[in-house]
Design a protein around this ligand. Structure first.
Ligand SMILES: [Zn+2]
Length: 335
């Protein structure tokens, strides 16, 4: 967390930095803005009302800026133990600010592409959660260690685990270690209360989306599996298909580099026996005003097993994110 802060304090010169909220633990959540905003394209209606009018342009004339200056919002670190994408977000900032990624390699093409965007980056949305995790990465560590500090433990030391960690929200009460998933009040931004958000950071993130009307929101996470872009629930079929196209382009690019994928269909037929899906932050970002909104899951770098096809090291983890940024820029320019 100190490294992120130091980068933001000392290296961000071209971007405009803003503190968007204060966490329950008193930590500042920062966003960095690049490129010209185009508020004159904003219509007279909120997104929901514009759809009611059957005219999305009443919310934002996104068609007028497509290809010219698309808007990308990148949010990392909603879950404090998923530091892979916090590092990826800082690498992206480093590419714009210094032309080099966080490993010191020049990235001229990606920098040119990023400079063609209106870009908003939130590198660490949940600093409270990050502050509680005593590791800087998970490569080579046993998965249970991530579960211990990610989803946390009960008072008796028993691991809470996933997805049981979502059965108590806010996560308070019989808690030994409060997991990095949560802020200091036990709130998991992915599943905040949309009718009345509990977290000021949730409100601030949604406000950025409402005001900017981004063409694409990438909600950056990490998991103990191969790289994946998760299906988004409760969005129109046209949005699912567009998101699927983006995911397919990403998968084909990383497979060319020899990486594995976890590919899930965005248009899977639901069975009447399936439990209902949740409307999470990524879905709600669409309903607030994002053109499309995806959840990216980076590998943590755990050893291969029945459901992890290969070992990823830190260089792989960051390179795969650079490919995601490149694919996203190209996708925004042509869609
Ligand atoms: Zn996550």
């Amino acid at each position: 967390m100190e490294d992120i802060q130091e980068f933001l304090d000392n290296k961000v010169k071209k971007g405009r930095m803003e503190t968007i909220s204060l966490s329950p633990g008193g930590r500042e959540v920062k966003a960095v803005f690049y490129g010209q905003a185009e508020p004159h394209l904003k219509g007279a209606a909120n997104f929901n009302s514009a759809l009611g009018a059957r005219n999305p342009e009443a919310y934002y004339k996104r068609g007028n800026r497509h290809r010219e200056r698309p808007v990308l919002t990148l949010i990392a670190g909603i879950h404090g133990q998923e530091m892979e994408c916090m590092v990826g977000a800082i690498s992206l900032l480093s590419i714009i600010e210094e032309g080099k990624d966080i490993t010191g390699r020049k990235q001229d093409e990606l920098r040119r592409e990023l400079e063609g965007l209106r870009l908003i980056v939130v590198p660490l949305a949940n600093p409270d959660g990050r502050a509680r995790v005593p590791y800087d990465g998970w490569v080579g560590l046993p998965p249970q260690e991530m579960v211990k500090y990610g989803q946390g433990t009960y008072k008796n030391g028993e691991l809470i685990g996933y997805p049981v960690c979502k059965t108590i929200h806010p996560m308070q009460g019989n808690i030994g270690i409060l997991g990095g998933y949560y802020d200091d009040r036990g709130i998991n931004i992915m599943h905040d209360e949309w009718s009345s958000p509990m977290s000021d950071t949730t409100k601030a993130l949604l406000e950025i989306i409402r005001v900017e009307g981004p063409d694409l929101v990438i909600n950056m996470h990490g998991h103990g599996e191969d790289p994946s872009i998760l299906p988004v629930n409760y969005v129109p079929m046209s949005v699912k298909l567009k998101s699927q196209n983006l995911a397919n382009e990403f998968y084909s690019r990383i497979k060319e580099k020899g990486y594995q994928t976890r590919e899930l269909s965005f248009v899977r037929q639901e069975s009447p026996d399936d439990p209902p899906n949740s409307l999470n932050f990524t879905s709600f970002a669409y309903h607030t005003g994002a053109g499309i909104s995806i959840t990216y899951e980076s590998p943590h770098g755990f050893p291969p097993c029945s459901y992890i096809k290969m070992q990823y090291d830190y260089k792989d983890i960051i390179d795969i994110q650079h490919i995601l940024f490149d694919v996203s820029c190209k996708f925004l320019k042509k869609n």
